[in-house]
Design a protein around this ligand. Structure first.
Ligand SMILES: Cc1cc2nc3c(=O)[nH]c(=O)nc-3n(C[C@H](O)[C@H](O)[C@H](O)COP(=O)(O)O)c2cc1C
Length: 452
């Protein structure tokens, strides 16, 4: 028998959860997005359950548009705490769980992020992670002195160089550079400090970084982005990929595509973990799970629901919600909307049913069912090389996470698919990933760039 592979599990804890109606659920603190106590409660639930990571998605502005008019003020995606600040506070009150913050390569300088994530890694004693994103909206550009966002290829070119510089800065100090020798008066060994001297197209950074080598060697790098450029960045730099995959076949393709790029960078398949998002809606019976889902669906304000399909269908607020879905008239929308329109026709969806179907998973795989149903999907995806684990996307917080922990984790543990306790003290250690070697040490001593 082959050894059972254990799942790696994160939880995405943005705001009040991901379901468009979730914030209106009676179990959700509607004012929680600015309340540290809400996040601490969620973090403690996740850590008591021995999850690998708390993951904070982020945007640098309010990206959602008020389309149709009146929808934005009914959505909860607006005021959010800055992720590195929030995770720094959580670092002091947790001890084992990984702490991943999203940060943009388009609106930061590499020195900023190398220093902040390096500091978070020290503060948390080796639990920091950076979700590297390039930012995709004009709304963010408007907050940084631009009229529109940087062109796609330029954003990714900058991101690649950004990651080169950040990882270079994290190698500034060798691990044993600091002697702190009061007797001799020597604070650090000058031979173990390295200046980067980077001059590239987007950045000129002399270095060295004013943060010592971090407990994990360097913070864990997470990447989320599915394009060719996104996959290349992942293959070269990422330790973890967070993906959005709806079905097994496409998840397998994506998994093979990203892992297949690793050898070109001298990396093995086990050095990068792929964690698709998964929205679990779990009940003791299928009927109970379905009832939980229905309850959430009823909480979607119609304008918020219509906002979710505005990009594909335009403004449908003038149409009866329980009437048929009209064919998109705008030719710009038509091709992208065709798939959804066909789906609506095949299933006989009303406008309300269509927006409910779209709102449910926000692009991620949703499983509504018993603990066994959800565990089956998870086990199947891992077995079929579509995932190394999952980033759990709770519909509403803390309730969606509590349900997952109370109902699904015991089932995964019964099957030997998830740990009973943390194996290591660092995030990287719990993920089972090797610690990167300092490039200067590797150059001097030879050998492979990673130490197991
Ligand atoms: C699962 C997933 C999560 C993402 N999370 C964020 C995020 O928190 N903030 C952000 O600005 N972009 C986020 N993105 C967007 C990507 O970073 C990227 O801008 C977008 O996917 C377009 O790039 P691509 O064509 O490489 O996918 C996410 C993308 C995916 C697939």
């Amino acid at each position: 028998m082959t050894e059972q592979r254990q799942l790696k599990l994160g939880v995405s804890i943005r705001a009040l959860g991901y379901h468009a109606g979730g914030w209106r659920h009676p179990g959700v603190p509607a004012d929680g997005a600015m309340d540290f106590a809400h996040f601490l409660n969620v973090a403690r639930i996740a850590e008591a359950a021995k999850l690998d990571m708390l993951f904070l998605a982020d945007g640098l502005g309010i990206r959602q548009k008020d389309q149709p008019a009146g929808s934005l003020c009914r959505s909860n995606q607006n005021a959010e705490l800055e992720p590195i600040t929030l995770l720094s506070a959580l670092a002091a009150l947790t001890s084992r769980i990984g702490l991943v913050a999203t940060a943009s390569t388009t609106y930061n300088e590499p020195y900023h992020l190398a220093r902040k994530f390096g500091s978070l890694d020290h503060i948390s004693k080796g639990r920091a992670g950076w979700n590297l994103v390039t930012s995709w909206s004009d709304a963010e550009a408007f907050n940084f002195g631009r009229d529109h966002q940087m062109a796609y290829d330029d954003r990714y070119e900058r991101a690649m160089e950004f990651a080169e510089v950040a990882t270079g800065l994290w190698d500034s100090w060798e691990a044993d550079a600091f002697r702190h020798d009061k007797a001799s008066g020597v604070f650090y060994d000058p031979d173990k400090l390295h200046t980067l001297d980077h001059r590239g197209k987007h950045f000129a950074v002399r270095g060295p970084l004013s943060v010592a080598r971090t407990p994990q060697g360097r913070p864990v790098i997470v990447q989320a982005g599915a394009s060719e450029q996104g996959r290349d960045i992942a293959a070269r730099f990422a330790d973890v990929v967070f993906s959005a995959e709806q079905n097994l076949a496409s998840a397998r393709d994506y998994y093979a595509s990203v892992k297949g790029r690793l050898p070109a960078h001298g990396r093995r398949a086990g050095e990068l973990l792929i964690l698709p998002g998964l929205v679990p809606i779990v009940g003791a019976t299928r009927a109970e799970a379905q009832a939980k889902h229905d309850e959430l669906q009823e909480l979607i304000d119609p304008l918020v629901g219509l906002a979710g399909i505005y990009g594909n269908f335009g403004d449908l607020s003038g149409y009866p919600l329980d009437g048929p879905v009209p064919e998109p008239q705008d030719p710009k929308l038509r091709s992208r909307a065709a798939v959804m329109f066909r789906l609506a026709q095949e299933k006989g969806y009303s406008i309300r049913q269509l927006y409910q179907a779209v709102a449910s998973g926000r692009g991620h795989r949703t499983v509504i069912g018993t603990p066994a149903d959800i565990a089956d999907t998870m086990a199947d995806w891992v077995e079929q090389k579509a995932a190394d684990g999952f980033n759990i996307i709770p519909t509403h917080l803390p309730v969606g996470l509590e349900d997952f922990v109370r109902l699904v984790l015991p089932e995964l543990r019964r099957r030997g698919l998830f740990r009973d306790d943390y194996e290591a003290t660092t995030f990287r250690g719990n993920l089972g990933l090797p610690e990167p070697r300092n490039r200067h040490v590797a150059a001097r001593e030879g050998g492979v760039p990673l130490s197991a």
